[in-house]
Design a protein around this ligand. Structure first.
Ligand code: FAD
Length: 693
């Protein structure tokens, strides 16, 4: 059935209101993409000469609002995009999003007072800035910060700068939202004028989205007052122009079929490999670590010998995944794109500063398979933004209800763990062919690489990076289907293919294992290495205590491998204690046999203390074992042991932190607060390190 005009008008207004809130994705941004540098035309008319002068850039493009983001996993970048879109649609601001590392900061003292700068900043790890915000942070918080005018900090050099601040943090970490707090304090100290409160979102409590929504309404009111803005009825405008190019076929060399960069497409990818330029690495070997049938944990050796990549024990490797074929098919079917999945599309930003998050030209199939986070959980607002494009009245009514009723949405969609295509399939069997592809690009994240703690020692295997990954396959209580993790099921498929398993496609997920233009054939996977601060002490004679249940043991396998090799070379290696936990010794005690070999090499220097949660009548976890071994732990800490925790951030790491405080207090006869203080001190001095997720 057709929508009547009035319905359509009402829905467009609804849509706009909602799209402004929830569109994700990475548009409106200044180009910083792997394709542009290689000559692909990505930015529909964006000014070519890249300036690092934000004031000049804003003048050139007619902007009065810049939204800087400091982002590690893409969430801060999404929030920045959403703020840009909302500011533009509701308040007529001329907004642009900017990666904070793309601009200089020395001229912020010249920032005009009729414009505004937003800072959307995630805090990473132990209170650190995200990689792209390190320089900005160091500049702003340095003792002798110097701007172009030469004014001293006391002269309030930033008095003309109006700014808005929002932080993304996680309260399970000690330095909660420290990035936004420190940047806000520094800006204020330098005389800048904050508009509204400095917002803080908490991923640890699972309230990031609500925190963001609650923060931004009063912020918009304050900003409207400050800049004299009028709220207006917003009108939906697609961010991208997506056009089908009948002249081209997927065989054309210029079409991206899933390649991460232009150089990969042209077959001339070379180092240095990085987060913008992954290495297509051969997987040397892969095997299963669990002995049970219904759960999988993969050990993989990624060969980096021909890449010039290097790593250090304790670093992370990022794996660039591919969506499962079954989910790509579902998505294309639901949006009526199945029959033209291999049509070539070209995507252009409508605004000059809009960054196209997908390489173009591409095909619908490649876009969904390689570039869009199509399997992620869906937000209520995104679903409701599709109402205007529903195939019939009944499904439109259902979507409107889902959009306006939080509890109903939770019952029907969230608790069922549906991705967007599954959610729409649960509403109707009709296709949603009227949904503009731009809206899907705006509403879904670009597909993110996933990080893994490297489980090998660079001293022992310099050119082979090991990973230890548990395959995500979860059924939440009440949900009708299993959620299959994107990356880990892709890795499982690679492993099955490599080992010639009868069914290389786990659960019928059908991966495109040979990759775009067969470039990943012979079992390859795109990767990059990320350096971390999670490091062994430089002096191997120092004792170490490691707490790593489940896959949290990954980096500690590397640590122990390294210490065993050092011992074999005759080095004096200090006491090395591992607290490991799993369900049952004969099911998921990973690396059990290998640890026996290390035990032979390290003798009584290596102590492995295990906790099996499903063997006795009571559940025993690593934190219980830690408590039982309080005298040993305390003694080693007196000998200046480093203490490491890896694995589950939400529960285990938090409890281990508490237990350690108790142990110190109890063993040394201190009050409880003093124990906590000492753990804090250990963290700040680097002798308590976490690698948690
Ligand atoms: P995803 O597709 O990302 O899904 C992850 C989870 O999200 C699912 O299990 C489910 O709970 C939820 N989810 C997904 N889709 C939906 C949906 N539609 N509805 C509802 N819920 C949904 N992991 C390891 O195994 N080993 C390691 O050594 C390791 N090291 C890490 C180190 C760091 C620094 C970090 C940040 C993470 C590390 N991880 C590690 C975790 C890893 O990066 C991945 O998050 C994990 O493997 C899951 O990835 P995936 O793509 O398979 O799952």
């Amino acid at each position: 059935a057709q929508l009547d005009t009035l319905d359509l008008a009402v829905l467009v207004v609804l849509l706009v209101g909602s799209v402004a809130y929830f569109t994700k994705g990475t548009y409106w941004a200044v180009p910083k993409d792997p394709y542009a540098s290689s000559g692909a035309a990505l930015n529909g008319g964006a000014k070519s000469g890249k300036t690092r002068d934000i004031i000049e850039k804003m003048d050139e493009t007619g902007k009065n609002c810049v939204i800087f983001y400091g982002s590690q996993t893409g969430t801060a970048e999404d929030y920045a995009s959403r703020l840009a879109k909302e500011g533009s649609q509701r308040f007529g601001l001329k907004t642009m999003v900017a990666d904070i590392e793309d601009y200089d900061y020395e001229n912020l003292d010249k920032f005009p007072d009729d414009k505004v700068a937003f800072f959307v900043l995630a805090t990473y790890g132990e209170g650190e800035p995200t990689d792209n915000a390190v320089e900005f942070y160091q500049f702003l918080t340095s003792e002798d910060v110097a701007f172009e005018s030469g004014a001293a900090a006391d002269d309030s050099p930033l008095s003309s700068l109006k700014y808005v601040a929002f932080g993304l943090g996680n309260n399970t970490y000690e330095h909660y939202n420290s990035m936004v707090r420190h940047v806000d304090a520094a800006l204020t100290k330098l005389g800048a004028q904050r508009i509204g409160a400095a917002g803080e979102g908490d991923d640890g409590a699972g309230t990031m989205e609500e925190d963001f929504l609650a923060w931004k309404e009063p912020m918009w009111v304050a900003l409207s007052e400050s800049l004299g803005l009028q709220e207006r009825e917003s009108v939906y405008e697609p961010v991208f122009c997506v056009s089908e190019d009948e002249e081209k076929t997927p065989e054309d060399d210029s079409v991206y079929l899933g390649e991460p960069t232009t150089a990969h497409r042209e077959g001339r990818a070379k180092g240095p490999y990085s987060a913008h330029n992954p290495y297509i690495a051969p997987i040397g070997e892969s095997r299963e670590l669990f002995t049970v049938k219904d759960r999988n944990c993969l050990h993989m050796e990624i060969d980096i010998s021909d890449s010039n990549l290097s790593y250090q024990t304790g670093d992370h490797i990022a794996i660039w995944p591919t969506n499962a074929g079954a989910e790509v098919d579902r998505f294309l079917q639901v949006f009526g794109l199945e029959n033209k999945r291999h049509s070539v599309i070209s995507i252009k930003g409508i605004d000059v500063t809009a960054k196209v998050p997908i390489p173009t030209p591409t095909t619908y199939d490649a876009a969904v398979r390689y570039y869009m986070e199509a399997c992620a959980p869906v937000s209520r607002q995104f679903v409701s933004s599709l109402a205007a494009f529903a195939p019939d009245e009944a499904s439109k009514a259902e979507i409107v209800r889902l959009g306006s009723d939080k509890d109903y949405f939770h019952e029907k969609i969230t608790s069922q763990c549906f991705n967007i295509a599954q959610a729409l399939q649960s509403i109707t069997s009709q296709t949603f062919s009227a949904v503009p592809f731009s809206l899907l690009i705006e509403g879904l994240n670009k597909l993110q690489p996933r990080y893994y703690s490297i489980s090998s020692s660079s001293l022992v295997q310099k050119n082979k990076i090991s990973i230890t990954a548990v395959v995500e396959s979860v059924r939440l209580p009440g949900a009708s289907h299993m959620v299959k993790g994107v990356t880990t099921n892709y890795l499982l498929a690679l492993k099955q293919k490599q080992n010639g398993d009868p069914s290389p496609d786990p659960h019928g997920l059908t991966y495109a294992i040979s990759g775009p233009r067969n470039k990943y054939d012979g079992i390859h996977v795109p990767v990059h290495v990320r350096h971390s601060n999670f490091k062994l002490p430089s002096d191997p004679s120092k004792p170490i205590i490691m707490v790593g249940p489940g896959t949290g043991v990954a980096p500690f396998r590397g640590f122990i491998q390294e210490r065993a090799a050092l011992a074999a070379k005759g080095e004096n290696v200090g006491t090395t204690v591992l607290f490991f936990g799993c369900r049952k010794q004969d099911e998921d005690f990973i690396y059990q046999d290998e640890f026996k070999t290390y035990q032979d090499q390290l003798g009584d220097k290596l102590k492995i203390i295990t906790a099996f949660s499903r063997e006795g009548s009571q559940k025993v976890y690593v934190q219980h074992r830690l408590k039982e071994n309080a005298p040993l732990v305390s003694e080693l800490l007196k000998q200046k042991a480093n203490f490491y925790v890896c694995g589950d951030a939400a529960n285990m790491a938090r409890e281990v932190n508490l237990v350690l405080g108790h142990i110190i207090a109890e063993q040394r006869g201190y009050p409880a607060e003093k124990g906590e203080e000492m753990v804090k001190h250990m963290r700040s001095s680097g002798s308590y390190q976490e690698d948690v997720w």
